[in-house]
Design a protein around this ligand. Structure first.
Ligand code: MEV
Length: 301
């Protein structure tokens, strides 16, 4: 039996804009998805979603991983068990983490010798199969860990302040939200394209700020990014409530992370106030998770 795990992520900047080639900065977090694999007589995929065979409705990512890995090796039967600390469809990169951890686990089990770059690339192909227009961000940061700038694939310094995630527990479909933004962009190109480009500019400015550890200025830009995400229609009342609760309790910054619509928001905290921010999020009806940036991407457990 081989077990691999891969981290989830939060976006400091750039969700949605990155789909159009703008820069984004993403940060791997300590919440992970674990995938265990062993050879078997048949294909079995087990998770909180149930026990299935190859099943593109219930286990789309892992089913496509098995099919894709058949390009590199002869997979007949395999038993795959998924355990995740990442809520599904919440903007924390649960689909990328399960995809990347599954590829790496099968890579080890069948000795395919895929490199980390191969894993990130294959993971991105699978996200595109399931989601349509997916950017390489989630799969890249889940594979490599740390803080990465996309599309440059550049590793930045680690973020050293506490990170508080607030989950609205409202499911959102990345595919649908990406489609809504595409429609808005095609209806109003002269309005929406500059917004996406301004979001990209924040990542460019923030690269130096990350190196300097200037979280106060990063936070000001993250708050502007939040306003622009609202402008392109990916906010929600629940997300805004959590964002304002976090800011009101002393967060450096608070914004949506991921596709929006529901899912999660992320706040940067000061050393002494992560608990206060978490409490404010919980008092406003969200579920708070205090976490931090991790340098470790996909790993063998
Ligand atoms: C989803 O986590 C982030 C989006 O930018 C989509 C993508 O990058 O594939 C909304």
């Amino acid at each position: 039996m081989i077990t691999c795990s891969a981290p989830g992520k939060v976006y400091l900047f750039g969700e949605h804009a990155v789909v159009y080639g703008e820069s984004a900065i993403c940060c791997a977090i300590e919440l992970r998805t674990k995938v265990s694999v062993e050879k078997s007589d048949e294909i079995i995929i087990e998770s909180v979603l149930g026990r299935t065979g190859l099943d593109h409705d219930n286990h789309p990512y892992v089913s496509y991983v098995i099919e894709k890995m058949r390009q590199f090796t002869d997979i007949q039967g395999v038993h795959i068990v998924i355990e995740s600390q990442l809520p599904v469809g919440s903007g924390l990169g649960s689909s990328a983490a399960v995809t990347v951890a599954s590829i790496q686990a099968l890579n080890h089990l069948y000795e395919c010798e895929l490199s980390l770059e191969d894993i990130a690339k294959t993971g991105h192909e699978i996200e595109r199969m399931v989601q349509g227009n997916a950017s390489p961000t989630d799969t890249y940061v889940s594979t490599m860990g740390g803080v990465v700038m996309i599309p440059q694939r550049k590793k930045l310094d680690l973020i050293n302040c506490p990170i508080v995630v607030g989950n609205t527990h409202k499911f959102s479909s990345t595919k649908e939200l990406v489609g809504n933004v595409a429609k808005l962009r095609s209806d109003f190109p002269s309005v929406v394209e500059p917004i996406l480009s301004n979001i990209g500019q924040m990542s460019i400015l923030a690269e130096r700020l990350v190196a300097e550890g200037d979280y106060e200025t990063i936070g000001k830009l993250m708050n502007i990014n939040q306003g622009l995400l609202d402008a392109i229609g990916v906010g929600s009342a629940e997300l805004s409530s959590l964002v304002y609760a976090a800011r009101g309790s002393g967060a450096i910054s608070a914004k949506i992370t991921g596709a929006g619509g529901g899912g999660c928001m992320v706040a940067l905290a000061r050393e002494n106030n992560a608990q206060d921010i978490a409490k404010a999020i919980e008092d406003t009806g969200g579920e708070a998770i205090i976490t931090k940036n991790t340098a470790e991407g996909v790993r063998l457990e």
